[in-house]
Ligand binder design. Structure first.
Ligand code: TPP
Ligand code: MG
Length: 822
């Protein structure tokens, strides 16, 4: 809590009642005569047209999925198609008032939203801009296909481009919007403001909040709409996203033009079902989804249920809600009532709902009833409507033909380059700042108290007389991180950081102390205790073009952000066809002393996931250099920090930690001590026990150990390690991670494969036990101790004359423990 806001018990303890404002439900009541004042005839027809395009697009896919044919064209599409037949009015109403600067995020069922937003963007962009977009998207490859032999306006061409790009993406073709790497559930097209659609239910719930933060922090025009399903209200990321989006501080503590609510609409496409679970009446308790807004903030999130079967009602709601956002009173919660006539997927037998129910909704079909309304009001003739349908069918038939033709629309050529997807996992860029401009700070860096005090610190662990420097005078590990972070804050105007206790507290482990004075709230702020949303918002912020550092206070809390770290952060660069960059650094502190739920080293879990860069520095020099590299890149980095060593000084880089900027390349291990008889490869803070072991080996057994600090897990260049093994013929690997399934095992296996002929003994892994982490007083039985190294060397690698084992590191014991699963 900031000191500027005093919590007065005299006030807080007063009795009173919470009053809730009424939440409107289906209150739209304008007549078509009234609406005639708002829309032109063309507008009315445009709304009809866009709904028909979606209906026909989805109908076509349904026929392809269920009959392998559309309009005489045969095709087999084995992949998914979650259709939104019935939901067209909701999609078109949502997109109608939006400009290309407004971003939408969606779900697995978002074809309709992509088309609606695309058509809306085509309507509002001028022809030159449209052509520019098409020409510059992947070198204009998709444009060339739709342009060939085309006669008509640029806008018509753009509609074909939209249909073709979406279809090609759904069918996994290289000309798809995302090179065919996203597919039906993840297709998107950023030039039209269509941002990632997410196959993880509720996945957009926090990512979209990050996008809204990006707009707010970087003063970008436009709003963000998060289109998610009614069942996703039961998902953690959605609730966390809502909490993150409605924090008081935007209005109470953020200043100047940054003051005010987020430009965000949570738009629940409420089709009343999950897959088969009925949200109202069975799987949720909200009765009417909009009610949830009442619990969130005093404005009830301006929540409202709107009839999503009437496009005019939805447009009306979006117009009103956009005004609220312009007044900086967002975010808004919309419960857009709709119905999915189609199954959850084409194989859905609708066993969970009655025929009568579906028929009742079909009778109120939004396209039919809207068509009737506009014909009845003299705004269109039935012939005009029929013509729209006929035109749409023809267009879709043409685009389908193009998108399934293997010569015109091939897939990425994996035969030619089997590594082509691998090459898309990382962007490997080096970028000082994500945007030009002056970074907003509160003081010149030299005047910052912490920066000043660091100038007086000893940057090497012993002084000139060879005496250890006292803690108070020592430049510590945490200072290395701080220096890299503050440097980037002054360099990159887009850089923002958040997490729990990041501001006044100075970060739970004092890494950020001093930053609060240097940065306004809009660049450094405390988040709710929402680990999922801490990472999810960082993903949204990063994918829109901002650089961000998010912090997870303890590695053990990574579980809370599992989907974000394992499923979102690593995948969007490749899934976008490299349209998206992900300049996101997640700082993760690895605990000790606090027992089973605060002391796990889960670096191996993150290293297992393709698409994350993972580093684990163990010295102040490496901490600063690796953080600089992380903040110079545009890839997601999981940056581990061990709490055991936050206050250590630099022991290896004899000139001390440089004051200026330098980078340490990812993937390069560092030899911290040279030797000839055995190699010890460590990850993280285990470097220090390993050095003790090296000392004992030297003094007691006359052996020289080469100690290599991995520094990175992904990427990792094995050259230095193999070189060392060639020299020593023996290697032991150690880290604080529980040994079973750890990254050490992966490294041991790779070393075996790469250097088998040079090994005199199998690579030996010494990790933590496969148990819960016990209390601090018992930690010596859990984390690798020097004795364990020596015992393992003696028993499995080379006998150490006269050595008495304190632990059982024998093969028999290893087999027994595995048998027991501990
Ligand atoms: C995290 C997660 N859990 C389950 C699923 C499987 N699944 C896909 S769609 C769906 C129902 C989602 O319902 P809702 O959010 O209302 O969206 P709708 O399908 O109705 O558009 C489920 C359970 C998933 N994709 N992701
Ligand atoms: Mg639903």
């Amino acid at each position: 809590m900031p000191k500027s806001q005093n919590i007065n018990p005299k006030v807080i303890r007063q009795p009173k009642f919470i009053e809730f404002d009424k939440i409107p439900v289906n209150q739209y009541s304008k007549t078509i005569e009234e609406e005639k004042k708002v829309y032109t005839k063309d507008d009315f027809l445009r709304i009809y047209n866009d709904m028909v395009v979606i209906r026909e697009f989805e109908t076509m896919l349904n026929l392809i999925k269920t009959t392998n044919e559309y309009n005489g064209i045969a095709y087999n599409h084995p992949g998914p198609a979650h259709l939104s037949i019935g939901q067209e009015a909701a999609a078109v109403g949502m997109a109608y008032t939006l400009s290309p600067d407004d971003y939408i995020f969606g779900s697995h069922r978002s074809h309709g939203e992509i088309l609606a937003k695309g058509l809306s963007a085509i309507h509002s962009l001028d022809e030159d801009s449209l052509y520019y977009v098409m020409k510059n998207y992947f070198g204009g490859d998709a444009l060339k296909v739709v342009e060939k032999g085309f006669q008509g306006s640029i806008k018509e061409l753009a509609v074909n481009f939209l249909l073709y790009g979406a279809l090609a993406e759904i069918f996994a073709r290289e000309n798809g919007f995302n090179k065919g790497l996203g597919g039906s559930m993840h297709a998107f097209f950023t030039p039209f403001g269509v941002y990632p659609n997410n196959a993880i239910v509720g996945g957009s719930g926090d990512i979209s909040v990050g996008a809204a933060l990006y707009k707010k922090i970087n003063r970008k025009p436009g709003i963000v709409v998060c289109n998610i399903g009614d069942a996703s209200m039961g998902c953690g990321p959605v609730w966390e996203g809502i909490c993150f989006a409605t924090m008081d501080q935007y209005r109470t503590l953020w200043e100047g033009e940054y003051k005010g609510g987020l430009p965000l609409i949570f738009n629940f496409m409420n089709n009343l079902y999950g897959m088969g679970g009925q949200t109202m009446g069975e799987t949720m308790g909200y009765d009417i989804l909009a009610r949830v807004g009442a619990g969130v903030n005093p404005e009830s999130m301006h929540a409202e249920r709107v009839d999503g079967y009437n496009p005019l009602a939805v447009i009306d709601a979006f117009r009103r809600k956009k005004r609220i956002i312009e007044e900086k009173k967002g975010p808004v919660l919309l419960d857009t009532l709709t119905y999915r006539i189609s199954g959850h997927s084409p194989s859905d037998a609708s066993s969970y709902r009655s025929k009568e129910e579906i028929e009742a909704w079909q009778q109120e079909d939004s396209i039919l009833s809207y068509g009737k309304t506009i014909v009845g009001a003299g705004l269109a003739t039935q012939d005009q409507l029929d013509e729209i349908t006929a035109n749409t069918k023809e267009k879709l038939t043409q685009m389908l033909k193009l998108s399934i033709d293997d010569n015109i629309s091939p897939r990425i050529n994996m035969q030619k380059d089997p590594d082509s997807i691998g090459k898309m996992m990382f962007s490997n860029n080096s970028v000082d700042r994500m945007e030009e401009g002056t970074a907003q700070v509160l003081m010149p860096m030299e005047e910052n108290q912490r920066v000043k005090s660091l100038k007086t610190k000893e940057r090497y662990y012993i002084d000139k007389e060879g005496k250890p420097v006292s803690k108070a005078r020592l430049y510590q590990f945490r200072d290395g991180i701080f220096e890299a972070v503050i440097d980037r804050f002054y360099k990159d105007p887009t850089l923002a950081a958040w997490g729990e206790e990041n501001r006044d507290w100075g970060g739970a482990f004092a890494v950020y102390r001093g930053l609060t004075e240097a940065l306004p709230y809009n660049r450094l702020f405390n988040s709710p205790i929402s680990e999922g949303a801490i990472v999810g918002t960082a993903i949204g912020y990063g994918m829109c073009g901002g650089r961000v550092i998010a912090e997870i206070m303890y590695c053990d809390f990574l579980g809370r952000s599992g989907d974000e770290v394992f499923n979102q952060l690593p995948k969007w660069q490749a899934m976008s066809g490299n349209i998206i960059k992900m300049p996101v650094v997640i700082r993760v502190s690895v605990g000790s002393k606090y027992g089973a739920q605060h002391s796990q080293d889960w670096s191996s879990l993150t290293a297992h996931i393709p698409g994350l860069k993972v580093v684990f520095p163990a010295t102040p020099y490496d901490a600063k250099g690796l953080m600089n590299t992380a903040l110079q890149g545009t890839d997601p980095v999981i940056y581990f920090e061990s709490q055991r060593i936050y206050d250590i000084g630099e022991m290896f880089h004899t000139e001390g930690v440089p004051e200026g900027y330098y980078e340490i390349p990812f993937g390069e291990p560092d030899v911290k001590r040279t030797g000839d008889d055995i190699t010890i490869l460590t990850i993280g803070a285990t470097l220090y026990p390993a050095l003790k072991v090296a000392e004992i080996l030297k003094e007691k057994y006359g052996l020289s150990a080469e100690v290599i600090d991995a520094r990175s897990l992904v990427p990792f260049n094995y050259d230095k390690v193999i070189e060392s093994v060639k020299k020593t013929g023996r290697i032991l690997l150690a880290s604080d991670a529980s040994s079973r399934g750890s990254f050490l095992k992966e490294m041991a296996q790779t070393i075996t494969e790469l250097a088998f002929d040079y090994l005199d003994a199998p690579p030996m892994v010494v990790g933590s036990r496969n148990w819960i982490t016990p209390a601090y007083e018992m930690e010596e039985y859990f984390f690798p101790q020097p004795d364990w190294f020596l015992d393992a060397i003696h028993e499995r690698i080379m006998p150490l004359p006269g050595h008495q084992c304190k632990t059982d590191q024998s093969a028999e014991k290893q087999a027994e423990l595995n048998k027991e699963g501990v």
